[in-house]
Design a protein around this ligand. Structure first.
Ligand SMILES: [Ca+2]
Length: 289
């Protein structure tokens, strides 16, 4: 009996200790919202983001800054063979585009029908696959021309999209990430994103980098680094500092958009209506990359 009392006291002490540090990170992660974030047409009113961060927060540095179309409501970002491919949202303004990294120049663009709201984007073999927000409709394009080839249906909302070489990996704004068979877009398995047991909601744009899922968390300047096996958040990036270069009152929205260049080990990030795209390097020696 005494053993169990001591055990309970031990567990309680550990929980209190962990809770102390999680709370501290929670305070550190309270993100001030700009007035322009109300422009996000997902219908959210202003709200304070109180994300509990128990996993470690890594440092980073900006390696290079590139121009980015400030009219692009970035919903999906992918890097392939020297070019960025971007999916933009908003009804009547959604598109898929091929962009020159160095100049931000749009090389090729395909507008989407007005009733579709562009979301996640990833290359799969010789095609690009794009999600839409609430239409339960996916689009498949020829990778070379961005010509639309076909559509497909899926249940629920579509937010972020990436792939791990075997499956398409899909977010829907909740804490759930689903794995789809790329041949038929059927769900194979799912994980719940958690940080020390706490579900992390609003998982948005995705990128698969060196065996881990990187995810924007909607309406925060945070990127979660997630285990694809368990859903556990292994670490965080807080990119609020990237906003420092933007003019006060400019029309920038939330951080959204992660792309990875595996050949040169480069990570690119941007946001909705951001005038810049950043190459960043994670410099925390405990994190690879
Ligand atoms: Ca991406």
């Amino acid at each position: 009996m005494r053993f169990w009392v001591l055990f309970w006291l031990f567990v309680s002490s550990v929980s209190l200790f962990a809770g102390f540090f999680c709370t501290r990170w929670q305070l550190a992660a309270t993100i001030p919202l700009s007035s322009t974030q109300a422009a996000d047409q997902r219908g959210a009113s202003k709200f304070a983001v109180l994300q509990s961060l128990c996993a470690p927060v890594s440092a980073y540095k900006v390696v290079k800054t590139y121009p980015h179309d400030p009219e692009a409501f970035t919903q999906g970002l992918f890097f392939d063979n020297g070019f960025l491919y971007e999916s933009t949202g908003l009804y009547g303004r959604s598109s898929i585009r091929k962009v020159e990294l160095e100049t931000g120049e749009i090389i090729c663009i395909q507008s989407m029908p007005d009733h579709l709201f562009g979301e996640g984007l990833v290359k799969w073999k010789d095609t690009f696959v794009q999600l839409t927000w609430r239409s339960q409709t996916g689009l498949v394009y020829a990778a070379e021309s961005l010509e639309r080839l076909r559509t497909f249906s899926y249940p629920g909302e579509g937010w972020g999209l990436t792939e791990n070489g075997e499956f398409l990996i899909v977010s829907d704004g909740s804490a759930i990430i689903r794995f789809w068979d790329p041949n038929n877009f059927q769900e194979v398995r799912r994980i719940e994103v958690t940080d020390h047991g706490n579900p992390v909601k609003h998982i948005n744009e995705l990128e698969y980098i060196k065996g881990k899922i990187y995810a924007n968390v909607w309406h925060t300047d945070l990127i979660a680094r997630i285990s694809p096996e368990t859903g556990e958040v292994l670490g965080w990036l807080d990119l609020a500092g990237l906003r420092k270069g933007f003019h006060a009152g400019s029309n920038v929205g939330v951080l959204n958009g992660i792309a990875y260049d595996p050949l040169q080990d480069r990570i690119f990030v941007t946001g909705k209506f951001w005038p810049s795209l950043f190459e960043i390097k994670i410099i925390d020696p405990g994190i690879d990359p």
